[in-house]
Design a protein around this ligand. Structure first.
Ligand code: SME
Length: 160
């Protein structure tokens, strides 16, 4: 049963508690879909001002929509396009303060103002998907969030 908790406001403490929650709800799971579904649900519960949290997974030369929480979204993103495809091509996280200033941003919800995309890597460093989070607040995500979320997605390596 999901137990509602209060997340700390201090970022370091927030990510420590978040890691615990992710371990609790995904740690023992061996099925990729189940783990990614609960992972996105935990993120949606944990973060304030978030309207979308979920995954796109590499399939050939596209990213295909995976488990997520939020409104229906674009289901396929070509390599190098949008914020997600850019994170894949550049092989690094994208922290977008204002989506209207990111050329090629793919809008899924007009309420979104900022976005963070974190690549998922396998043991060899190859990218097998991305974590995407959207916020209704401008500049919601910081470098601290990038580092915190990069730490969180490390536990997903086994699903590559
Ligand atoms: N904004 C993303 C598309 C996915 S939605 O935000 C869920 C992008 O530009 O890649």
């Amino acid at each position: 049963m999901y137990v509602e908790i209060e997340y700390p406001t201090e970022k370091g403490e927030f990510y420590r508690v978040l890691e615990e929650q992710l371990r609790l709800y995904t740690g023992k799971e061996t099925d990729r879909t189940a783990a990614l579904a609960n992972f996105s649900a935990v993120l949606k519960q944990a973060f304030s001002d978030i309207n979308w949290a979920g995954f796109y997974l590499v399939s050939g030369d596209e990213l295909v929509l995976g488990p997520f929480q939020g409104k229906p979204a674009v289901s396929r993103i070509a390599y190098g396009t949008g914020v997600c495809g850019t994170a894949w091509r550049e092989r690094r996280a994208q922290v977008v303060e204002d989506v209207d200033c990111f050329s090629g941003h793919i809008a899924c919800d007009c309420g979104t103002h900022s976005e963070i995309v974190i690549p998922l890597r396998d043991a060899a460093g190859e990218i097998w998907g991305v974590l995407d989070m959207d916020s209704t607040v401008m500049g919601r995500f910081t470098e601290e969030d990038r580092l915190g979320l990069e730490g969180c997605v490390n536990r997903l390596d086994k699903f590559a």
